[in-house]
Design a protein around this ligand. Structure first.
Ligand SMILES: NC(=O)c1ccc[n+]([C@@H]2O[C@H](COP(=O)([O-])OP(=O)(O)OC[C@H]3O[C@@H](n4cnc5c(N)ncnc54)[C@H](O)[C@@H]3O)[C@@H](O)[C@H]2O)c1
Length: 422
């Protein structure tokens, strides 16, 4: 598993997998490790674990590698991130110290609040992409891996829109040659992975693989892709609560969300251009869940505000507040307050693991390009241009599980249930 960025989320993922495979902790939060799937009729009582139902890679077989602009090994990086307790890190110290970051493709233009020494030099972006390809091949060879998966868990890059450079493989490759500004570092990694047929997931909100050029390349090389921006804290809660309010046809006039966060991610997001990338990603969920075009009386004028404030004393332990202004029967107002004291990387780590394992499975099942069934894990799910993204967590879960049933030739579950009463 190749992780771009060995920061809080990556090191928590790696340390967690090492601890779990030593039997030191349970894989809480991971659908691949703990989830079950119902098969057939409800009265058949066939409910295997997902990992026994589909042939996922075994945690014991995973080798980790990655890139970062800092030279610290994964143990030191995890200490810097400050998410896990020292005793938990010391229990897997040898495994963590063995993961040393390869030099990164990095340009401060795209992440303005960071700078580090462990950076590749190249004559243009094409040269940098070739260096990443060489890293991928060397890693595979050195660790005798059968298969690879790459996940971007690097910092959030500045806001970008699709341009002509992103339109086709040819225009993109010309752009690499010319070091076009419209190609940020994350796209260089995504290009290298997809060209090698390596499944790619984007855990951050950057544009990255979500451009026609890289999707065309994925179709050619049969690489599955998923993204964008993992759905963890406040947005996870939003996509749990909002479908419930909509199911009961309760109106929503306003949804105000604010967060305080003190880790490096928070520091990067303190730059307005990186925040804009995050804000766009965080704001899209409610519009799609509430469907104001179908329910104008309930949701047309919804005022949705999202704020993230960098507040160092909190470190990775984010605190989020949501105030929801509801409207009930005859237009009577109500309020709902949510105060979520969460841990960002603790919520993110199982998602990185699951999306990597499922992408690897997708590749083996011959499924390439956008893996919409993995929308479950993302705040701004990638989707075909002709359909809207599905944000409702419960529909996403049903889609994911039905995809697994479909892969194994099991009957899809519609929840109709007439058969028990006819
Ligand atoms: N933790 C969550 O709940 C969560 C949820 C959704 C998305 N994310 C996103 O995941 C990403 C990682 O979050 P984090 O908390 O681990 O952040 P972090 O700042 O701790 O780690 C990011 C790492 O990426 C490295 N990096 C930046 N640019 C790089 C490049 N071009 N090449 C290689 N390394 C690079 C940085 O040096 C840093 O070590 C962020 O973009 C964040 O917005 C996190």
């Amino acid at each position: 598993m190749l992780l771009v960025g060995l920061g809080a989320v990556s090191t928590t993922t790696i340390a967690g997998v090492c601890a779990i495979r030593k039997g030191l902790a349970p894989p809480i939060g991971s659908l691949t490790q703990m989830g079950t799937i119902r098969l057939g009729r409800r009265d058949e009582a066939r409910v295997p674990r997902i990992k026994d139902f589909v042939p996922l890679a075994d945690l014991q077989d995973i080798v980790f590698g990655g890139w970062d602009i800092f030279e610290e090994d994964c143990y030191a990086a995890a200490r810097t991130a400050g998410v896990l307790e020292r005793a938990d890190l010391d229990a897997v110290r040898d495994e963590l110290e063995a993961v040393r970051p390869m030099p990164a493709v990095f340009d401060r233009r795209y992440v303005r609040r960071l700078d580090g020494p462990n950076v590749k030099k190249g004559k243009n972006k094409r040269d940098l992409a070739e260096q990443v390809v060489a890293d991928i091949r060397a890693f595979k060879e050195r660790h005798r891996c059968d298969r690879l998966v790459m996940v971007w868990v690097g910092s959030t890059e500045v806001y970008m829109k699709q341009t002509d450079v992103h339109a086709t493989i040819e225009s993109f490759e010309k752009g690499l040659e010319a070091s076009d500004d419209a190609i940020p570092s994350s796209m260089v990694y995504a290009y290298a992975a997809i060209r090698e047929g390596v499944p790619f997931a984007n855990a951050a909100p950057n544009l990255t693989a979500d451009i026609p050029a890289l999707l065309q390349l994925a179709a050619k090389t049969k690489a599955p892709v998923a993204g964008n921006d993992m759905k963890t804290g406040q947005t996870l809660m939003k996509t749990i609560i909002a479908p419930g309010l909509k199911a009961r046809l309760l109106g929503v006039r306003g949804w105000y969300s604010t967060n305080i966060l003190g880790n490096r991610d928070g520091e990067v997001l303190d730059d307005p251009e990186s925040f804009k990338t995050k804000e766009e990603s965080k704001k899209s969920a409610l519009d799609y869940i509430f469907q104001p075009q179908l329910y104008p009386e309930l949701y047309k004028d919804l005022c949705h505000v999202v704020r993230i404030n960098y507040y160092p004393p909190r470190g990775d332990n984010k605190e989020g507040w949501d105030n929801i202004d509801l409207v009930g029967w005859l237009g009577y107002p109500m309020q709902l307050k949510i105060n979520f004291l969460c841990r960002d990387s603790i919520l993110a780590a199982p998602i990185v693991l699951d999306s990597a394992l499922f992408l690897d499975l997708a590749a083996r099942a011959g499924m390439s390009g956008i893996q919409e069934w993995l929308s479950f894990y993302f705040k701004a799910p990638m989707h075909a241009p002709e359909v809207y993204p599905e944000h409702d967590l419960f529909i996403q879960l049903m889609k994911l599980k039905n995809t697994l049933r479909y892969m194994r030739g099991e009957q899809l579950i519609t929840h109709l249930g007439r058969e028990y009463y006819d």
